[in-house]
Design a protein around this ligand. Structure first.
Ligand SMILES: [Zn+2]
Length: 200
C-alpha cells in the first residue's frame, strides 16, 4: 500500500518536474551566455539618468567602453551582483575606482568615485570614495554599497557620474540593456514596496 502510494507520488513528482522543465524551456528563449547576467541597478536615486553611450567616440580618439550613470555627488553606488573586489584604487584617468569579479567570467567596473567632502544642510558628510571597511579581496553581495558617486580622475568638474563597465572574459560588453532591465526591476520593486499592485 505504502509502496503503491510512494510510486504514485514519485510518478506525480516526475510528471510535475517534467512539466516545470517544459515550462522553463518554452518560456525562456535560448539565450547566449551574455544574457544570463542579472544585475542590480547600481545607483538607486530618483534623479539617476543614463544614456546608451557605449561605443561613442571620445575627443581623444578612444572609444567609450561603458555607460555613464549620473546621480548627485555622494549618492551610494551598489554592487550589481555578488562578487569579490579585485581593484579598489585610483588612477589619473579613472580616478577612484572599483572592479568586482563575479561568477562566469563577469566583471563590473565603477569609475570616478567621489573624492570630495560633501556639505548637506551645513553638515560635512563622509562621502567615500569607497564604502567603509571595503578592501581588496572583500566579498560583496548584490546591492551592497561599495562607494559614492563623484567626479574624480578625468571626470573632474563634470556632472557627477559613475562610468560603469561590464566585462565578460576580458571583453567589454555594452551594459545598457542590462541597466535598463535592472532599472525596471528596481522601479517595480519600489512600487510593490510602496504598497502598489502594479500590473504590467
Ligand atoms: Zn564614461
Amino acid at each position: 500500500m505504502r509502496t503503491n502510494l510512494m510510486r504514485t507520488n514519485s510518478r506525480r513528482i516526475t510528471a510535475l518536474v517534467g512539466a516545470a522543465v517544459l515550462l522553463m524551456v518554452t518560456a525562456v528563449p535560448v539565450a547566449a551566455a551574455e544574457d544570463e547576467f542579472v544585475i542590480v541597478f547600481p545607483q538607486q536615486h530618483e534623479s539617476t539618468r543614463y544614456l546608451s553611450d557605449f561605443g561613442v567616440a571620445k575627443p581623444d580618439g578612444r572609444t567609450h567602453r561603458g555607460v555613464d550613470i549620473h546621480s548627485p555627488k555622494g549618492s551610494p553606488v551598489l554592487a550589481v551582483a555578488d562578487g569579490v573586489i579585485t581593484k579598489l584604487t585610483r588612477s589619473p584617468r579613472a580616478g577612484n575606482y572599483i572592479v568586482i569579479a563575479h561568477a562566469d567570467g563577469w566583471e563590473s567596473w565603477y569609475l570616478h568615485l567621489n573624492n570630495d567632502r560633501i556639505r548637506v544642510d551645513g553638515v560635512v558628510t563622509v562621502s567615500g570614495p569607497f564604502a567603509e571597511g571595503l578592501d581588496l579581496g572583500s566579498y560583496v553581495a548584490a546591492g551592497d554599497v561599495i562607494g559614492y558617486v563623484g567626479d574624480s580622475g578625468n571626470a573632474a568638474g563634470t556632472d557627477p557620474h559613475t562610468h560603469f563597465e561590464l566585462h565578460n572574459r576580458g571583453r567589454a560588453i555594452n551594459p545598457y540593456r542590462y541597466l535598463v532591465a535592472a532599472e525596471e526591476r528596481w522601479l517595480l520593486e519600489s512600487r510593490i514596496e510602496a504598497g502598489e499592485t502594479p500590473y504590467r
